[in-house]
Write a protein that binds this ligand. Structure first.
Ligand code: GCO
Length: 263
């Protein structure tokens, strides 16, 4: 099979929330496939600059822009600036997100709103100005980073699950409305990955760490690099007739009811 199907040379890929973790790993994978990288952060210019430098140290063409994806007017201006400075955005990866692990009855409304606003509404505000330009050009790839919580519930992550469940359906609706314009919209649903976001529940001896190792047929936490192939596939010509799909990269979690603890 021709590797040209997966070649991103000449493409501009924008990854939100990519100063670390899964976003940065996916950006690196897209860059290794030939894309020019635009990564965003929302709080620290220093972190953003450091992430851009790290990607450049790997020989990748990377550029950083600091803005909050939930601020609609700012996003519209930044998308215009990015396309002016870096070229048309061919691939958008909506990765920016936060989590708050609080039992639902104890969660403040402000915490709920912040999680929904960042993880779900932020995809609405970030994607529309990019999608309008992709539609004008007659082509584009949008990848929304969903979650195990797009399919499963878990104590203490209700707002996150509601947002990621909603993101699954937003992905399908974006796919529905924009397929006729040759804009494919898909999701990636990471399983449990070794990142700063999961660090608190991953420490050796933490009951959740043991639980995930037993609940994951592959018997390990994911490494951020495990997402790169799926990101390249959904960003490339290889997925031109794939849209509205959520690809779960989860080591088999969603395939199984699990096994008794003594096996
Ligand atoms: C949690 C985890 C999960 C993972 C990921 C799974 O608290 O259960 O943080 O939310 O981060 O979203 O797909």
């Amino acid at each position: 099979m021709s590797n040209a199907l997966f070649d991103l040379t000449g493409k501009v890929a924008l990854v939100t929330g990519a100063t670390h973790g899964l976003g940065m790993a996916m950006a690196e994978g897209l860059g290794n496939a030939g894309a020019k990288l635009v990564i965003t952060g929302h709080s620290s210019q220093e972190k953003l600059d450091s992430a851009v430098a790290a990607l450049r140290d790997k020989g990748l063409d990377a550029h950083g822009y600091l803005f909050d994806v939930t601020e609609e007017a700012v996003v519209a201006d930044m998308v215009g600036l990015i396309e002016q400075e870096q070229g048309p955005i061919d691939v958008l990866v909506n990765n920016a997100g936060i989590i708050r692990r609080v039992p639902l009855l104890e969660m403040e409304l402000s915490e709920w709103n912040k999680v929904i606003e960042t993880n779900l509404t932020g995809v609405f505000t970030m994607t529309r100005p990019v999608a309008r330009r992709m539609i004008e050009r007659g082509a584009g790839k949008i990848i929304n980073i969903c979650s195990m919580m797009s399919e499963l519930g878990r104590d203490s992550v209700s707002a996150y699950a509601a947002a990621k469940g909603g993101l699954k359906m937003l992905t399908r609706n974006m796919a529905t409305e924009w397929a006729r314009h040759n804009v494919q919209v898909n999701g990636i649903g990471p399983g449990y990955f070794a990142t700063s976001q999961t660090a608190p529940i991953r420490v050796d001896g933490h009951p959740f760490n043991e639980f995930i190792l037993s609940r994951t047929p592959a018997g390990r936490w994911g490494n951020p690099e495990d997402l790169q192939g799926t990101a390249v596939f959904l960003a490339s010509e290889a997925s031109n007739f794939v849209t509205g799909q959520i690809v779960y990269v989860d080591g088999g979690i969603l395939a199984t009811i699990g096994k008794p603890g003594n096996e």
